[in-house]
Design a protein around this ligand. Structure first.
Ligand SMILES: Cc1cc2nc3c(=O)[nH]c(=O)nc-3n(C[C@H](O)[C@H](O)[C@H](O)COP(=O)(O)OP(=O)(O)OC[C@H]3O[C@@H](n4cnc5c(N)ncnc54)[C@H](O)[C@@H]3O)c2cc1C
Length: 407
C-alpha cells in the first residue's frame, strides 16, 4: 500500500503526518521510528525532566489515540536501512514498504568524543529517551559532575544539576558559553547567572583524557595540566546529521541530506526535513539547523507540497533555551551578524540584544522577554525593522518602547 512514508517519528516527522491530515490529504500516512517509544519531545529532557520522576508518557508529542484518530499508522521499533528508488520501496527491519512520497526526518546524533576513557561508566550523552533515563538514574548517586561543552544542551544540563545541589563544572574550549550561538553580551550575562546558581566554568580548556577508577569515570584531565573531579560526565559537544547511508542509494549527503529550497532531494519524490536536512536558505546558502522551530517549519511546508495546497513561506528561524532560571529566545540568523546592539537594561533582567548586517536587522536574542522575541520575529518576517543608525540612539529605552517612539 503506497502513500506518504515518513521515516523518523520525532518532532519533524510527527508534524508532517498531522499537517498532511490538516491539509486534507486522505491517502495512507505511515510514520516509522527505530525507537520503541511513542514519539516524544526532546527539549524537556535536558531541562525539568531529568530532575523529575515522570515517565516516557510525560514526554509524548501526541498520545497513541491521536495517531489512531487521524488514521496515521505508527510503526515503532522499525529501522529503515535502504531505499529502492526505482521501485519506490524502503527496506526496513520489518520488511519492505512502498511509498509514493518519502519524507526523511532522521534527526541528528551527538558528536562523539574520540578520547581515551570516553566509554567508561558514568560517561553520558543526551539525545534519546533511553539516554535521558540513564542520565537521570545515574545522577541520583553522583557526587560531582563534569560537562564537556558549553552549548545549549551542556548548559541546560549544568543548570539542572546545579539545582539539585550537586557540584558541576563546565569545560569549554572557547572563552565563553554559547560561543557560536549567542552574542558576547548575552554570554557574559548567562555566565554570571550560571555562576550565581553554583556552576563553575573552565574556559579555553580542552579535554585531554578521561580518567577512571574501577571502570567508572573519576576525573577529566585538561590539556593545560589542570583537572576536574567528576564521577559523572556529560558530553555536549554538538550533533551530526543522521542519514549518511542515503549516499548508498544515490542521494547526496554533505553535512546533512542535501535538499533544495523546497526540501526536495534530487529525487522529486523524496524529501528531507529537520535536523538531518541540509537545505538552501533564503540567500541560497547551504544551511542545516537543529531546532524545533526549523523542524516544524520544514514539516508544514513539505506537508503542503505533498497535499497540493499553498506552500507557506519559510518561517523566521527561532530557538529557545531555559538555563539558570533564564528564558533565552532567539530569532533570525546569528551567523549573519556583523554588529551587536543591546537594547533595554541588564539590571532589569529582561532585555534584548539585536544583531545587524550592513545596518539591517538579521537576528535578535531576548532574555526573559517573550514579547520582545515576538516583536523581533515580526520585524524580521516583515522586513520592517528600523535601521541600526535609527535605533542606536534610543536603544536604551528598550526594544518595544523604541519601536513605539518611532511609530
Ligand atoms: C536534550 C535536547 C534538548 C533540546 N532542547 C531544545 C530546545 O530547547 N529548543 C529547540 O528549539 N530545540 C531543542 N532541541 C533540538 C530539537 O529537539 C531538534 O532540533 C528536533 O527534535 C529535530 O526534529 P527532527 O524531527 O529533525 O529530529 P528528531 O526529533 O531527533 O527525530 C528523529 C527521529 O528519527 C528516528 N530515526 C533516525 N534514523 C532512523 C532510521 N534509519 N529508521 C527509523 N527511524 C530513524 C530517530 O529514532 C528519531 O526519533 C533539543 C534536543 C535535545 C536532544
Amino acid at each position: 500500500m503506497s502513500g506518504v512514508l515518513i521515516v523518523g517519528g520525532g518532532h519533524g516527522g510527527v508534524d508532517v503526518a498531522f499537517a498532511l491530515r490538516e491539509r486534507g490529504y486522505s491517502g495512507p500516512v505511515t510514520v516509522l521510528d527505530k525507537s520503541g517509544f511513542v514519539p516524544y519531545e526532546r527539549p524537556p529532557m535536558s531541562k525539568s525532566w531529568i530532575n523529575g520522576a515522570g515517565g516516557p508518557t510525560e514526554l509524548a508529542l501526541r498520545g497513541h489515540d491521536a495517531f489512531v484518530d487521524a488514521n496515521i499508522e505508527l510503526m515503532l521499533g522499525c529501522e529503515v536501512s535502504g531505499i529502492d528508488r526505482d521501485r519506490k520501496v524502503v527496506e526496513t527491519s520489518n520488511g519492505s514498504l512502498e511509498y509514493s512520497a518519502l519524507v526523511l526526518a532522521l534527526g541528528s546524533s551527538p558528536r562523539k568524543l574520540q578520547l581515551s576513557g570516553a566509554s567508561l561508566g558514568g560517561m553520558h550523552h543526551l539525545h534519546t529517551l533511553e539516554q535521558a533515563s540513564a542520565l537521570r538514574d545515574d545522577l541520583a548517586s553522583a557526587t560531582s559532575v563534569g560537562i564537556i561543552g558549553a552549548g545549549f544542551i551542556g548548559l541546560e544540563i549544568a543548570s539542572s544539576v546545579a539545582k539539585r545541589g550537586i557540584p558541576v563544572t563546565v569545560v569549554e574550549t572557547a572563552g565563553r558559553p554559547m560561543p557560536r550561538t549567542a552574542s558576547e553580551f548575552t554570554s557574559a550575562y548567562m555566565r554570571a547567572r550560571h555562576e550565581d546558581a553554583g556552576t563553575e566554568f573552565r574556559f579555553n580548556a580542552s579535554v585531554q583524557e578521561i580518567v577512571g577508577q574501577s571502570g567508572r569515570v573519576s576525573r577529566v584531565n585538561l590539556s593545560d595540566g589542570a583537572y576536574v573531579d567528576a564521577d559523572l560526565v556529560v558530553m555536549g559537544i554538538g550533533a551530526v546529521a543522521n542519514g549518511g547511508w542515503v549516499r548508498d542509494f544515490g542521494l547526496d549527503f554533505d553535512n546533512g541530506i542535501v535538499v533544495d529550497s523546497t526540501l526536495r532531494t534530487k529525487d522529486p519524490d523524496i524529501f528531507a526535513i529537520g535536523d538531518c536536512a541540509r537545505f538552501m536558505d533564503d540567500e541560497g546558502g547551504a544551511t542545516r539547523l537543529e531546532s524545533i522551530g526549523n523542524a516544524a517549519d520544514h514539516a508544514r511546508r513539505v506537508a503542503a507540497t505533498i497535499a497540493g495546497t499553498t506552500v507557506p513561506l519559510p518561517d523566521v528561524p527561532w530557538f529557545w533555551t531555559l538555563q539558570a532560571g533564564v528564558r533565552l529566545q532567539m530569532a533570525g540568523r546569528v551567523d549573519r551578524v556583523e554588529e551587536w546592539l543591546p537594547t533595554g537594561s541588564v539590571e532589569s533582567n529582561s532585555f534584548s540584544v539585536l544583531g545587524w548586517r550592513s545596518g539591517k536587522l538579521v537576528y535578535g536574542e531576548s532574555i526573559n522577554s517573550p514579547s520582545d522575541h515576538v516583536a523581533i520575529k515580526k520585524l524580521l518576517a516583515e522586513n520592517a525593522a528600523p535601521t541600526l543608525a535609527v535605533l542606536r540612539p534610543i536603544a536604551e529605552m528598550g526594544l518595544k518602547a523604541a519601536i513605539k517612539s518611532l511609530a
